[in-house]
Design a protein around this ligand. Structure first.
Ligand code: UD1
Ligand code: CA
Length: 485
């Protein structure tokens, strides 16, 4: 296959049927906008020019084009007068274009580069002036139907709205994806009329014009799953589910264990190494990577997070985190941007970490908040400990050396440093630096007042009274209630 001279993407329509403020092609599935998926497929053609026709929400659509395909340019179609008009508008920007031009709509996110390449290759091999990508649809409602002669030659495409009852029985549809000879297409576009139910210039009508002029039109059949257009949110959901299934299947074939395809969402931008495992109800988004031997899930949602070899991430939400090899995360853990867990570190249940490094072998096992902290190796952070990093105005750093033991419920009031091998006593508020090797105790001394409860007229815990003497109003009698009932 040679490289086409141009690709034209039609993305000016509002997508009225989406009932959305957002232009249709910017709706997202599996980590990209509809337009982003399409541009990823067209880029495999390596066309000399890619033009995206924009109209509705043009600024937002143009921004997406710049991000997804920086080499592409946008051309504005002020009024949406039909798919034929849109292509005419694009070709006006390329007055000297010759050779093959590929036209695609912006709303077919499942289309693959391989199918586009097959379309161009067959178009060139047949020497046709136009080749239509078609598909047989179980339910062709809404699509243009492909009309063929008795010999199977393509005669034209008739839109659903303009079709007779008999034509609507045809289940081969035009996908709005074509390869054209640019010169012949330009000529035909100039001859389109608006003589149809919608009063638009239909690109589909060029096919009948070619046939009337004795030109050869080809057709290439694609799989139904790949070419379904997204026109409403139900179809958006269908496309998302199909893309999810396809993406996960590809990872399974490449050696990743995905336990439940239906409840696993993997963005197309994610990278997984063979022999990692993804447990059910897991979503992997953005630039997330998972290394060999790691297990993610069940119930985890990772965005732009890297998971090292052999790590385990259970029931966690991680955004912008780096999880080291053999590290353990979860359950019910929230790792935010800038979290680095080094090798074999642990972030356990009900732990939130932000912009902090937890050194190799260090553990934050239970109910902690760690923010703006650097924790050395082999540290244990006792349950309920917190870095108090915010004074109401500024964020401050906490430094904890190697081999430190932070007692349960320690409040580390930043800025503060705890030296190597130091200890803090449980329940301490640490407001000053703790030198290496020392024990810091920052809490009130316990006072014990003997006989206090009896003087208040209360029973002591150990002198349990026989059930019949206990008042049902007594709040301390709960342990005896079972016996009374
Ligand atoms: C179109 C085809 C139909 C085909 C179907 C496949 C026509 C007339 N109909 O119908 O035969 O079966 O796609 O999905 O071509 N657009 C513009 N400018 C316009 C009009 C549309 O840029 O003036 C863009 C839209 O944004 C969209 C694409 O062209 O991305 C297709 O338009 P849409 O309205 O979705 O066409 P369908 O009714 O689906
Ligand atoms: Ca469509």
């Amino acid at each position: 296959m040679s490289k086409p001279a141009a690709v034209v993407v039609l993305a000016a329509g509002q997508g009225t049927r989406m009932r959305s403020e957002l232009p249709k092609v910017l709706h997202r599935v599996c980590g990209r906008s509809l337009l982003g998926h399409l541009l990823a497929a067209t880029q495999t053609l390596e066309a000399a020019e890619t033009l995206v026709v924009v109209g509705h929400g043009r600024d937002a659509v143009a921004a997406e084009v710049a991000a997804a395909a920086p080499a592409a340019s946008c051309v504005v179609q002020e009024e949406q007068k039909g798919t034929g008009h849109a292509v005419r508008r694009a070709l006006a920007e390329l007055p000297t274009l010759e050779g093959t031009v590929v036209v695609v709509p912006g709303d077919v996110p499942l289309l693959t580069g391989a199918t586009l390449q097959r379309l161009v290759a067959e178009h060139e091999a047949a020497g046709a002036v136009a080749t239509v990508l078609t598909a047989r649809m179980a339910d062709p409602t809404g699509y243009g139907r492909v009309l063929r002669d008795v010999g199977g030659g393509v005669l034209g495409i008739v839109e659903q709205r303009d079709a007779t009852a008999e034509q609507r029985e045809i289940n081969e549809v035009g996908t709005s994806i074509y390869a054209f000879d640019a010169l012949v297409l330009r000529d035909a576009l100039g001859r389109l009329t608006t003589d149809n139910v919608q009063g638009e210039e239909y690109l589909t009508d060029v096919i009948a014009l070619f046939v009337a002029g004795g030109r050869r039109v080809g057709a290439v059949l694609a799989g139904e799953a790949e070419v379904g257009g997204v026109n409403d949110r139900a179809q958006l959901g269908d496309a998302g589910a199909a893309l999810r299934d396809r993406t996960v299947r590809e990872w399974q074939r490449s050696g990743v264990t995905v336990v439940d395809r239906a409840s696993t969402w993997i963005d197309v931008t994610v990278t997984l190494e063979p022999d990692c495992t993804v447990e059910p109800f897991t979503m992997l988004h953005g630039r997330t990577t998972v290394a060999a031997g790691a297990t993610v899930g069940p119930y985890s949602r990772l965005t732009d997070t890297s998971v090292g070899a052999g790590a385990s991430v259970v029931a966690a939400t991680c955004v912008g985190a780096q999880i080291g090899a053999k590290a353990a995360v979860g359950p019910y853990t929230y790792l935010r941007a800038g979290t680095v867990l080094e090798t074999a570190a642990k972030a356990g249940g009900f732990v939130e970490i932000k912009k902090s490094t937890v050194g190799a072998g260090s553990k934050v096992p239970h109910l902690s908040y760690i923010g703006d902290a650097t924790i050395g190796a082999n540290v244990n952070i006792g349950a309920g400990s917190i870095t108090c990093n915010f004074d109401g105005r500024d964020k401050h750093q906490t430094y904890i050396g190697d081999d430190v033991f932070i007692g349960s419920d320690t409040m580390l009031v930043a800025p503060v440093t705890v030296g190597d091998g130091a200890y803090t006593a449980a329940g301490s508020a640490i407001t000053r630096d703790v030198p290496a090797g020392s024990l810091a105790v920052g809490r009130a001394q316990q006072r014990t007042i003997d006989g206090w409860a009896e003087r208040r007229g209360r029973r002591t815990v150990h002198s349990a009274s026989p059930p019949e003497t206990v008042s049902t109003q007594d709040p301390d009698s709960s342990t005896d209630r079972g016996a009374q009932q």
